[in-house]
Ligand binder design. Sequence first.
Ligand code: IPM
Ligand code: MG
Length: 386
Amino acid sequence: MMKEKRIALIKGDGSGPEMIDAACAVAVEAAKKDGIQIIFEETPMGWNAYEKYGDTLPDESLKKAVEIGIVFLGGVGDPKFDETIGVKNPEMKPEARALLALRKEMKLLLNFRPIVYHKSLAHLARVKPENIPSEGVEQIFIRFLLEDSYFGTTDLIDEINENDRARLGIKSKDNVIGNEEIITELSYYRKETVEKYFREAFSYARSKKLPLISIDKANVMSRYDFWRKIATKIGKEEFPDVPLSHQYVDSANALLFTPARLHGVIACGNEHGDILSDGAAAAFGSMGMMCSSAINPDNGAAVFESGAGTAPSRAGQDKANPLGRILTAAMMLRHIGAVNGASAIEEAVNNILKDGYRTADLFSATDDPNKLLGTSATGKMVISYI
Ligand code: IPM
Ligand code: MG
C-alpha cells in the first residue's frame, strides 16, 4: 500500500511552470521507492495568478498552502509584468507579496542552500580548478530567512520625531525640496529568533561534523554586532565541540573564489545569504543548479524553492535548466521521509551530467550537440536514470 502525501504546488511565472513540471514528474517517480504517492495540489501565486484571479497572492492559495504545510515552488516574478501591471500596482509584485508572505506566514526561519560542486561541470566553474581540493568542498549556506531588511519595508520617515530628524539631518516628507527625498527601511533582528536560529545552525553543523562560519558586518552595523555576540555565546555555552569562526561579509564574498576557505556550514543573515548564495552557485558553474529549502524548525512546515530566478527570457521555449528544481525535489523528498527517492534523484543527476547530457546553460563547445536537452527531456532523462 502506498502512503499518500499532499504537497502544495506553485508553478509560478516565467520558466517556472516548465521547470517545475519536469521536477514534479521526477519527484512522483522517485517517491515510489519509499512507498509514497505524492499528490500535488495547485495553489497558484505570482503574475500568472494575477492574470487569472486579479491577485498575485489569492487568499485561497495562501490558506491551502499553509494548511498543507509542504510547498513546492517553481518561482515567482517576471520583469515583463513589473514593467506593465507592476508600475500601476507595485504592491502586487509577487516576490514580496507572495514569496515573502509565504515565508512569514509559515515562519520559515531556516533557508538551506547547499552549494554542490559537480565535477563534470568543472569547466563551467568560475573558480580555478587548482582552488578546488580533490576531496571536494562542502558549502552549506543556512540563510536566516526572516526579519532583516526584507520584512521591515514600510517607509518610516514620518515616524521619526523632529529632534531625531534634526540630529540625522533629514526632513519630513512635507518639507522635502528638490532631491532631498529620503527613503527609510527598518532592518531588524530579534534576540529570540536569532538565538533559535543559531541553535539550529550549530546542531546542523554538529550533525554534519562541519565547522560553523558565521557571516556578519559587526565592524559597522549594530544588528550584526548583536548577531556575532549571540553566535559566540551559544557556541561557547552549548556547542563547544563545533568550531566557530566569524567572517565579515565583504571578505566572505572574496573567499567564494577559494571555496576551501569557506568549507562548512555558513550562517548568514537574510540579505547576506541572498547575495552570497547566488555568488557561490555561480562560482561553481551555474545558477540553474541551485537548490534550496526553507524550513520552520518548530513544526516542519517547508517551502522548497530553488533560490534561482524564473529564467523569464527562456519562458515557453522548453530551454530552461530544471536541474536546480529537480535537486530541490530531492531535498523535499528527504524532508518528507522519502530518503531512497532523494538519493536516487541526486545520483541520477550526477550520472546524466557524467554521461555528457547538458541543458542550454551548461552547454559548451566541447559538448556533444546530440546530448543537448530541453527542459522536459532533462526531466525524462533523470527519470530514466532513477
Ligand atoms: C531568493 C530570491 C528571493 C529573495 C526574492 C525572489 C524575493 O532572490 O530566494 O534568493 O530575495 O529571497
Ligand atoms: Mg536571491
